[in-house]
Ligand binder design. Structure first.
Ligand code: DX5
Ligand code: ZN
Length: 212
């Protein structure tokens, strides 16, 4: 069974509390939190204070996707705010090895993300230092983009390299209609923003994803 991580980026920001409750009660495995700094990606979303506030309202696993240039400066702050999984981009400016080690030293799971044009070979030097790979199926920065099928080969390659039990997350442009594509390629953690929160009934949509 896949793990579903609905992205809060597509939720109604005037009622985050109830939006999260809806998807958590429906069986979502985690909540995907897209943090953007306007520097690594050309968009700004939300950050530490929002995550800290949301932590008080829900026990769901916080799957924190840091699209920021210098994550090493903020790892402790995100950990303290309540992040459970902290994913950094291979394209960021921080020292990758020490940043991944810091995430784990704080008792959190470490993830490494790659944009569609980054080959898997870029993250292999850090194998053993992360608990999840996040394969972007759109260029990081915006919700509501279309799934890039070219990444399927990378998902397959990752599954071969990391083995059957490793968490391989795919993020961007996944809907019920094309869910089979990343899953058949080998992904087991699926991010879905627009597909879930943009649907008429997010709870029903979560259940349908989970039935796949
Ligand atoms: C894009 C974000 C995604 C995004 C997914 O930079 O990392 O998590 O919110 O949104 P959808 O599912 O709408 O493509
Ligand atoms: Zn994301």
């Amino acid at each position: 069974m896949i793990k579903l991580s609905p992205s809060l980026l597509a939720a109604d920001f005037t009622k985050l509390d109830s939006e999260i409750k809806k998807i958590a009660d429906a069986g979502a495995d985690m909540l995907h939190l897209d943090v953007m700094d306007g520097h690594l990606v050309p968009n700004i979303s939300f950050g530490i204070p929002v995550i800290k506030s949301l932590r008080k309202t829900s026990d769901i696993i916080f799957d924190t996707h840091l699209m920021i240039s210098e994550p090493h400066k903020y790892i402790k702050a995100f950990a303290d705010a309540g992040a459970d999984i902290i994913t950094i981009h291979i394209e960021c400016s921080s020292d990758i090895e020490s940043t991944l080690k810091e995430i784990r030293s704080l008792g959190k799971k470490a993830g490494i993300a790659l944009n569609p044009d980054a080959p898997l070979s870029r993250i292999l030097p850090y194998k053993g230092l992360f608990d999840m790979v996040l394969i972007m199926s759109v260029y990081a920065g915006f919700g509501g983009q279309s799934y890039i099928n070219d990444v399927n080969a990378k998902i397959k390659e990752a599954r071969q390299i990391f083995g059957p039990d490793f968490d391989i997350e795919v993020d961007g442009g996944v809907y019920l209609e094309n869910l089979h594509v990343p899953v058949e390629a080998g992904a087991n953690v699926i991010v879905a923003g627009t597909a879930v929160f943009g649907s008429e009934n997010p709870a029903e949509t979560v259940k349908k994803f989970k039935q796949f």
